[in-house]
Design a protein around this ligand. Structure first.
Ligand code: NAP
Ligand code: G4F
Length: 341
């Protein structure tokens, strides 16, 4: 019998790559999708026709219990979240509910459906749970690079909500013996990245300028540094984490940092353009509290899971610029995410 996976956040960047990876591995894949007429669901259905859809919302406990009962998954990947950091200041309560409390609701759905309680520990063959935790939890970093033992100092309501989900995942593992792991992933990008995130904003901006559709690109803090990798590599780590004999948490990243300025230089240069002629810095795009730098120490994932990132930074940037040049040349609409293959 094929193993069965349930993915929340199926319409997002990581949901799409993870679904493809699990289908390649022979899984039966189900995606949790919310909303009455969510256009991202029909787009996802077209592109991932082998994924089955179950309705549900991380805000609605009953819907998650029904989804787990219906799908009877072997593995649950909780990728659903409000994931754009600036939005978490504008809608802090909603972020806490979806990105934080959503983890509690998903864990409770699994616990209730598995018959696990304080008196009845999880049995073998139990549902395995992956939580999409984030390097944003490290925030104002206390050491560099950051590993699984580095202290958290989140700098946004998003980072705080993710820290809650992370500790709760550990707590359900310790309290109930559930197979629950937290993957602390550093920034990962692709041509499917939402247009609001800086890498995609830059690749789209470069493509528009190159094609004569724009004359400038407005950005915030160019000095922030991130550890950027390729999403297609990172979803493989999620899957590997749930195959390990014991449930543990892992940091996933490349171990290399680049600044937003270096990202911009690489992207404009990939299109044969001089960035200094086009980039305008805009104070209104700075954040109330910035995360200045993030850099992973992925040694544990390398040694225990055999995981390695394959796509290097320059290759990733070139891939995104080329994809957006093709998308815009073909008349695609980036807001509809039509750069999906
Ligand atoms: P994304 O593209 O923004 O996708 C977010 C997903 O969450 C979408 O499918 C969205 O569905 C879903 N969602 C939002 N509100 C929901 C709700 N109330 N109920 C159910 N689903 C809901 O994010 P991503 O880049 O793929 O990231 C996946 C996960 O990894 C997120 O949890 C993110 O916080 C975390 N993460 C990402 C990175 C990164 O660099 N990409 C790094 C570390 C951690 P709709 O289509 O319905 O809106
Ligand atoms: O691309 P970003 O918006 O990603 P951020 O805030 O690092 O968060 C992403 O990665 C996290 C993992 O560390 C995830 F958990 C989270 O869900 C998300 O996927 O911004 C990156 C950096 C920031 O320092 C920001 O200040 O780029 C800087 N930046 C400069 N100008 C900009 C801009 N960011 C955006 N989005 N737009 C700008 O114009």
């Amino acid at each position: 019998m094929a193993r069965r996976a349930l993915i929340t956040g199926i319409t997002g960047q990581d949901g799409s790559y993870l679904a493809e990876h699990l289908l390649d591995q022979g899984y039966e894949v189900w995606g949790l999708a919310r909303g009455q007429a969510n256009p991202r669901v029909s787009r996802m259905r077209k592109l991932l026709s082998d994924v089955q859809v179950v309705r549900g919302d991380l805000l609605d406990q009953g819907s998650l219990i029904s989804a787990v009962e219906r799908v009877q998954p072997d593995e649950v990947y909780n990728l659903g979240a409000i994931s754009f950091v600036p939005m978490s200041w504008e809608q802090a309560e909603l972020t806490a509910e979806v990105t934080g409390m959503g983890v509690l609701r998903m864990l409770e759905a699994i616990r209730v459906c598995s018959g696990v309680s304080r008196g009845a520990a999880a049995a073998s063959g139990q549902i395995r749970f992956y939580q999409a935790s984030s390097s944003e939890m490290f925030g104002q970093v206390t050491e560099t690079p950051q590993n699984e033992r580095t202290a958290f100092h989140p700098r946004s309501p998003y980072g705080v909500a993710k820290a809650y989900g992370h500790f709760l995942t550990q707590n359900y593992r310790e309290s109930y013996g559930m197979y629950a792991v937290s993957g602390i992933l550093f920034n990962h990008e692709s041509p499917r990245r939402g247009a609001e995130f800086v890498t995609r904003k830059v690749s789209l901006g470069v493509a528009r300028i190159k094609l004569g559709q724009a004359t400038e690109l407005r950005l915030g803090n160019l000095e922030a540094r991130r550890d950027w990798g390729y999403a297609g590599d990172y979803v493989k780590a999620m899957h590997l984490m749930l195959q390990a004999a014991t449930p543990e948490d892992y940091v996933i990243g490349t171990g290399r940092m680049k600044s937003v300025r270096e990202l911009v230089e690489a992207a404009f240069s990939a299109a044969g353009l001089d960035w200094e002629r086009y980039v305008v810095t805009d104070q209104t795009l700075h954040r109330p509290a910035e995360v200045d730098l993030l850099c992973a120490d992925p040694k544990k994932a390398r040694t225990q899971l055999g995981w390695e990132p394959r796509v290097a930074f320059d290759e990733l940037v070139a891939m995104m610029v080329e994809s957006d040049l093709r998308l815009l040349t073909d008349g695609g609409d980036p807001d509809q995410d039509s750069s999906w293959p």
